[in-house]
Design a protein around this ligand. Sequence first.
Ligand code: MN3
Length: 198
Amino acid sequence: MAFELPKLGYEYAALEPHIDARTMEIHHTKHHQAYITNLNNAIAGGEWETKNIEAILAGVSKLPAAVRNNGGGHFNHTLFWTVMAPNAGGVPKGDLLDAINRFFGSFDKFKEQFAAAGMTRFGSGWAWLVKAGNELKITSTPNQDNPLMDLAEVKGTPILGVDVWEHAYYLKYQNRRNEYLAAFWNVVNWDEVGRRFK
Ligand code: MN3
């Protein structure tokens, strides 16, 4: 079963003005599609062709760089689309908010540390909120790596991620990654992050 581009749960313009429609359309139909096409080509005809994406990422150190880059790209973007939504943002609820307060001191301190992880990632990559056993951790990864990969420095289940590749923000924000990361909080779908936390 070849991997396929997932449909978004909202229109490309739905995250305006925080993330512009043109960026969303190119990001989804060109960038994400390219990762999927290249992943399918990289695993075609081999033993990994029938594995799910989590299994591929868990064994990625044994696989060619094309699988690491494009398999990561597929997983990361699939998560990214779902942890954003129109009319979202605000504050997480329930157990997730309790855990954020416990591990980071407060929601505001969490936001500072998460944004710092995105700002200090040199070049292209991602910032993550990760569930690792009973802990929450903030980390960042280069390129299309993620915390599900067996070679990740900080391993765990990513429950929130933000793409800090320039293609995610350059049309609207140019070099101002800090403004993009500040705007991101207005579109975070905390209901989905909470589901992933459970
Ligand atoms: Mn991207």
